[in-house]
Design a protein around this ligand. Sequence first.
Ligand code: ACM
Ligand code: ZN
Length: 651
Amino acid sequence: MIRKFLIVLSSVMSLVPVGAVCRPVSDIIPRPAELQYGSGYFRFEGDSVPSDRVRCTLTGTGPESYTLKVSRDSILITAGDSAGLFYARQTLRQLVEPDGHSIPCVSISDSPRFAWRGYMQDVSRHFFDMDFLKKQIDAMAALKLNRLHLHLTDAAGWRVEIDRYPLLTSLAAWREGDLWKDWWFGERKYLPEGTPGAYGGYYTKEQLRELVRYAADCYVTIVPEIEMPSHSEEVLTAYPELSCTGEPYRHSDFCIGKEETFEFLENILTEIMDIFPSQYIHIGGDEASKKAWTECPLCQARMEALGLTHVDELQSYMIRRIGTFLESHGRTPVGWDEIMQGGADSTAVVMVWRGVDQGVRAAEGGNRTIMSPGAFCYFDTYQDDPSTLPPAMGGYTPLSKVYSFEPVPDGLDSAAASNIIGVQANLWCEYIPAEEHAELMIYPRLYALAEVAWSPASGRDYGDFHRRALVLCERMRADGYNVFDLAREVGDRPASQQSVEHLARGCKVIYNAPYNATYAAGGDTALTDGLHGGWTYGDGRWQGFISRGRLDVTVDLGRLTDVRSVEADFIQVCGPEVFLPAEVVISASEDGSEFRELRRITREVVRDDRVTFVTDGWHAAGAFVSARYIRVQARSGQFGGWVFTDEIVVR
Ligand code: ACM
Ligand code: ZN
């Protein structure tokens, strides 16, 4: 049953009152490929359009496609298949005017840009119940999304009943600590089911079969993910004999040297295939440590027997072997982009998360590719000023950024471009313990993902999309979704929104300790380019320091200059180990060798959930200081980690 937000629209202010002579404005998300308004309205009584005035024809052309012609007397739908018919109805629902009894005359011809239009829900880090999943399936259907990827297994909890291995749900599904971060930064203990205070849960097979049916009614396929060879601490505590040393609470990676590992995983996948009819079965593949494999006699023996020289090839062996097993059952393996390390079978589908460049590699290498790069498609990031939102993983991915995503990068030839079969948004839930919080992270960003996935690339217009998104936010809020308040979005960090003039702008920076190449920002000119960073250290404006004492730079002002103040901003995001400096020293010199300390700032660095910004500086109490060289040093504190700064502002 599709939730009513697409049927009853009376709570929404109409942009075009019924009967107005001006041309209606489409509020439909995702934007149809072609849409032309006629004049007048199709009017009806009651809650739904009477069927004798609607004519539907299945044409057998174009999967998921449809045309819709609304005239004053009738509604004509032609659809390529039953999915197309379903999507025509979704569009029709979005066309119903706020009076609930009229639909503008319109002619629409529509079909999806991509076959895979996905959303991933992490149910391991925090457990979400069936009603929550059904509610999100309703919204997905309305947005013409068609794949719900469930991240069912990870260190924080196994979430699917498996008959053959009961400890997966009687132990590995339960942990000490409701909040992932308390558990993860604590002792990471698992507890037997029923232990007072144990947090967790799992879906029974019966529940999952029901969910599969519910989703199928909405033309959504549920794609299960079973993580391997890594992210498997919970399995390897319940069944430690499958790890390299056999010790519980020690390993994240399965032992690839043991045949029992393959027997176990194949038995699990057999039960998974029995629950989920999806053509695609996700087998993880991301972030394997592979460390134990280098020391394990069985893993080493396997490598030797296969003539492998690198542990990446051992991972590749495992993924290929499991992929072949799935294919022998008529299914297709999907894995995160690390499955290309050591080589992937061309039949595997690569789900790209680390960056668009990985997608280019996969598509050019001949693999079908789903684009889900973190920079655009991870919704565990902040979407606005972090101080106004619940703690998140970090990062900053506003609606406009998601909307700007182009899944087919420039320069791909047509064969490689045709390998890009879709796009997907992912909601990792380490910092998302509650349903309302999850919805806040999902909507409206999922609208943008849906439009990227469905609508033609040409004709994208963020202004128009934003207007439609505001309308849909209201509709969904009226239907009980906790949607981010887009109308009050403030945008990126104010300091980053305009460039700053100061005496060091454009001046040479001497790096007494190097910046890290991954976070080079603008390179040698980043700290004097007049540009402050935004809400995230990863935005290409913040420069990152991890080696030696951390930040140590000298700015050469070019000539003796009267200096009144020196300032530098710092950012703290504890999850990725980015900390405020414990000590900042600002000094000045006339000749570049003799420095006079102007100010030393010290602080206790405290771990917390917030994203924090500080400006540390020296301000002349009285007379200016005459200097050509300004040195800024920032030392990390007890946690080590990164120091990031964005500009040395000298006045
Ligand atoms: C991932 O984010 N590790 C796929
Ligand atoms: Zn091993």
